[in-house]
Ligand binder design. Structure first.
Ligand SMILES: [Zn+2]
Length: 456
């Protein structure tokens, strides 16, 4: 950390990342196809009495939430202060690392962060630069990735461990068909294979599958729990009529596995299963930081993808400002700038899977907030004492019972009823996520004293 010497490897890596950025952006063809697609989708939405496709999308994803757009903005406003603290802290660490040797990056303590420095192709989550921003470098002796490898875990061990966690709460085991039909490792028989992890309901009540190119590391360990959360939902609502075999809304489907992961990834739990040798106070802040690089860094990205698409559908954005508006939102919400000059000949949103796949994204934004509500509720059911971020509800049948009750409803009731079943109240609220990160917020505010918060 700090002023590292300019090594060949780092400058090659940086140049590489810029190159990847240039090469990964689908351009004219996608733009032209996209323009037509927007017209067709809007036409379909208007035939169904919606002003545009964005309005239709918001309505089908969140029935009874007619103000979804405004709701998202106000949720974001409540979380923006935490994001800004994280942004300022990460920016300072990146300045320390890069500014002397790479003046061409033009890093300043009041500026935006170039998107290619955050360790992720879309700069959507930042855990990959944890080594650069780690609050207490000396406390970070235990690394889950190393522990997995040292203990000879293979992919299927990780899948069984995830299954065991759900079962420990009294939830259903994965079915025989799941084990027979899932693909957990990328096939090497030469066939084309889409590696984006996903879960499938075959709708016969017992055949559920995951497809994933799993590798032995903590990130994929977490993703297994995420996908298995979808399968738990499939299994629990399989007695509903086919039309209700869906999540109460799209965010809840995304939130289930993540809620479980919040418990799995606590130092408390990782210590129990031997992937974390010891706990201490500095490691506690380190763990919260790691979690914030995933959950807090993601929030503005999760919001802006559909903010951009809603504006595309309603005509605020058109083919003349397609890419510049993308970067306007990237700056406004995330405080990022492009690594190289962008023009309207580029189409950067097309590099994100969900855009060409035409898959809604706001679900993830809401999911990242409501999963903390679910987590807090399950923690309460398990009679957890102490700071929220240390709660592990492993083996709590009471927590499992509560979660199962909500999952079984599927989409047979409005999502507010499902929310009430598990949390006792009916709104999407930021109070749990803010409570979870409260110790980190306090720590960041101390670290950032005298620092410029925000970007110009
Ligand atoms: Zn998912």
């Amino acid at each position: 950390m700090g002023d590292s010497p300019k090594s060949e490897e780092t400058s090659e890596k940086l140049a590489n990342r810029k190159q990847i950025y240039r090469a990964s952006t689908p351009r004219r063809l996608l733009r032209r196809t996209g323009d037509k697609l927007v017209d067709y989708m809007n036409e379909g939405a208007r035939d169904n009495a919606y002003p545009d496709y964005g309005a239709y999308w918001r309505d089908v994803q969140f029935m009874d939430t007619h103000n979804l757009k405004e709701l998202c903005e106000s949720l974001w406003k409540e979380l923006e202060p935490l994001y800004m603290q994280l942004h300022a802290y990460v920016r300072r660490k990146l300045i320390l690392k890069y500014s002397v040797d790479y003046p061409e990056l033009k890093l300043t303590d009041k500026g935006t962060i170039p998107a290619h420095l955050l360790g992720n192709m879309w700069a959507q989550t930042w855990q990959n630069i944890f080594d650069i921003v780690v609050p207490y470098p000396n406390a970070e002796e235990s690394d889950g990735n190393v522990a997995l490898i040292k203990q000879d875990y293979d992919v299927m061990d990780m899948v069984h461990l995830a299954d065991e966690f759900y079962q420990s709460m009294g939830l259903s085991p994965m079915t025989q068909e799941f084990w027979d039909n899932s693909i957990m490792v990328k096939p090497n028989d030469g066939r084309g294979f889409q590696c984006h992890a996903s879960a499938f309901d075959i709708y016969n009540g017992h055949d559920f599958r995951i497809k994933m190119c799993t590798e032995v590391n903590m990130h994929d360990f977490e993703t297994i729990h995420h996908e298995m959360g979808h399968v738990q939902y499939f299994m629990e609502y399989s007695d509903q009529p086919a039309i209700y075999r869906e999540g109460a809304n799209c965010a809840f489907h995304e939130a289930i596995g993540d809620t479980i992961s919040l418990s799995v990834m606590t130092d408390t739990h990782l210590t129990k299963i031997g992937l974390n040798p010891k706990e201490d106070k500095q490691k506690d802040i380190n763990s919260l930081m790691k979690m914030a690089l995933e959950k807090i860094a993601f929030l503005p990205f999760g919001l802006l993808i559909d903010r951009w698409r809603w504006d595309l559908f309603n005509g605020t954005i058109d083919e003349k400002n397609l890419n510049s508006m993308w970067w306007k939102y990237r700056k406004q919400y995330q405080g990022l700038s492009p690594p190289v000059q962008r023009t309207e000949a580029d189409f950067d949103p097309g590099a994100k899977y969900h855009v060409p796949a035409n898959s809604p994204y706001i679900c993830y934004f809401i999911s990242f907030i409501s999963q903390f509500q679910f987590y807090e509720a399950l923690c309460a059911a398990s009679e957890h004492q102490g700071p929220l971020h240390q709660c592990d509800f492993y083996q709590s049948k009471a927590a499992g019972k509560l979660l199962g009750k909500m999952l079984r409803m599927g989409s047979s009731r409005p999502w507010q009823d499902a929310m009430q079943t598990i949390t006792g109240q009916r709104e999407i609220s930021t109070s749990s996520i803010r409570e979870y990160f409260r110790p980190l917020m306090k720590w960041l505010e101390q670290q950032n004293q005298g620092e410029h918060i925000g970007w110009e």
